[in-house]
Design a protein around this ligand. Structure first.
Ligand SMILES: Cc1cc2nc3c(=O)[nH]c(=O)nc-3n(C[C@H](O)[C@H](O)[C@H](O)COP(=O)(O)OP(=O)(O)OC[C@H]3O[C@@H](n4cnc5c(N)ncnc54)[C@H](O)[C@@H]3O)c2cc1C
Length: 372
């Protein structure tokens, strides 16, 4: 009988898990029917776009390195003001493996999906999982497709639903949040951009930190990262207030103008995204596991979310094949240990970075982060 695995969410983590599982199942000469379940997200700009060379390596392992040759922009690194007035350069050109990129994120997501489709993975589009129940020998997912409900039976379910962790939460698993920043993002057209400079610019400010990055679409993304308390206090989701802070950001505003040669004006619209530092208390169960942001999510300052999604997806796919086909009982525990270990490493980095900025002792944003 063919085993059925359903993957809830078709972001980088869901797609990487699907491809890795399929490869492992082929190597073990076992048929597994793999389905990716995804809601309709047309029209929503996907945010989260810079990848380091390590992500290229993970794509290579998935047989997808060629995706970066088309429609994306090489990223030479970042220039940042963090902790002192001197701009610091983080160059990606000198790493021995691969290159960094600014992704066209919507296009990248669609490339990953297409790679899954071409390798025979079923795509259940316009479908959202609204319920899950675990039965003795399988899981039952309730799918909502344009108002129509239907049940699907699965031998193993993967929660790759991003920070919502839809499946894990429905199964009663707690999610521990250590911190959460909110990004208020504006897209600017930059028709005069030349190809010489594509560094990401980063700078701290009293109410949080800024980043600006060039996109392959000919736009520039400018983002203010703050927290919910500061956002409410300063009404930063008002485009005029946001823009006033941008103009007051000194080096950051001036360097954005020079690098991106855009006429910065108050944006018509701000896109809000949450980037929590959070982890599930339990990333595995008898017939399920969580992967990517559903399992653990990092602050956007690390630019590590996509790499982690690919890396953990590769691991998750192999682990599922080993447990379903070879009945290797320890596989899931080892997988979970890896997620926990990586998250502990990340927390140290988070603390180091926020502790390094001591120039705003009166700012409640920085005070909250100093508490660790
Ligand atoms: C402001 C910001 C900037 C960032 N910048 C970067 C960056 O520069 N570099 C980087 O590497 N990372 C960055 N990240 C993080 C990165 O975007 C994420 O870590 C990455 O997208 C995680 O991939 P994922 O597949 O786990 O989740 P997602 O990409 O979130 O995909 C999850 C999918 O699951 C779907 N889903 C949810 N619930 C259900 C359901 N019930 N049924 C079916 N489907 C469901 C969602 O619709 C979504 O499509 C940033 C994040 C933010 C917020």
């Amino acid at each position: 009988m063919t085993l059925a695995v359903h993957i809830v969410g078709a972001g980088p983590a869901g797609c990487a898990t699907a491809l890795s599982l399929q490869k492992s199942a082929k190597e073990l000469e076992q048929d597994i029917s793999i389905s990716l379940i995804m809601p309709n997200e047309k029209g929503l700009p996907a945010i989260g776009e810079t990848i380091p060379p390590a992500a290229s390596e993970r794509l290579n392992e998935l047989g997808l390195a060629h995706l970066l040759n088309d429609g994306h922009l090489e990223c030479p690194g970042s220039i940042s003001i963090w902790g002192n007035e001197e701009p610091g350069y983080n160059d990606l050109f000198f790493t021995p493996v691969g290159k960094g990129y600014h992704l066209d994120r919507n296009y990248f997501n669609s490339q990953m999906l297409e790679a899954c489709r071409l390798s025979g993975i079923e795509l259940l589009s316009e479908s959202k999982v609204v319920d899950v129940t675990m039965e003795k020998s399988n899981c039952v997912l309730t799918l909502n497709n344009n108002g129509q409900s239907r049940a699907v039976h699965s031998d193993f379910v993967v929660d790759a639903s991003g920070i919502q962790a839809s499946i894990a939460r429905k199964l009663g698993t707690a999610r521990n949040e250590y911190d959460s920043v909110i990004s208020l993002c504006a897209f600017y057209d930059a028709p005069k951009l030349n190809h010489a400079r594509a560094h990401t610019l980063v700078s701290t400010a009293k109410n949080g930190w800024w980043y600006a990055t060039r996109l392959p679409t000919g736009q520039v993304l400018v983002s203010m990262c703050t927290d919910v308390q500061t956002l409410k206090q300063e009404i930063l989701d008002n485009p005029n207030n946001w823009f006033n802070q941008f103009k007051k950001s000194g080096w950051f505003y001036q360097t954005c103008k020079e690098h991106f040669q855009s006429d910065f004006i108050p944006p018509k619209q701000l896109h809000t995204r949450v980037a929590p530092s959070a982890i599930l208390s339990n990333c595995i169960g008898k017939q399920w596991l969580a992967v990517g942001d559903a399992a653990s999510s990092y602050d956007s300052m690390t630019s590590a979310g996509i790499t982690k999604a690919l890396d953990h997806g590769l691991y998750a796919g192999k682990a599922i094949a080993n447990i379903l086909i070879k009945n290797c009982k320890n596989e899931l525990k080892e997988y979970q240990q890896r997620i926990f270990d990586d998250f502990n490493q990340y927390l140290k980095l988070h603390q180091q970075l926020y502790m390094a900025e001591k120039r705003y002792p009166d700012s409640s944003f920085w005070q909250r982060r100093m508490l660790g």
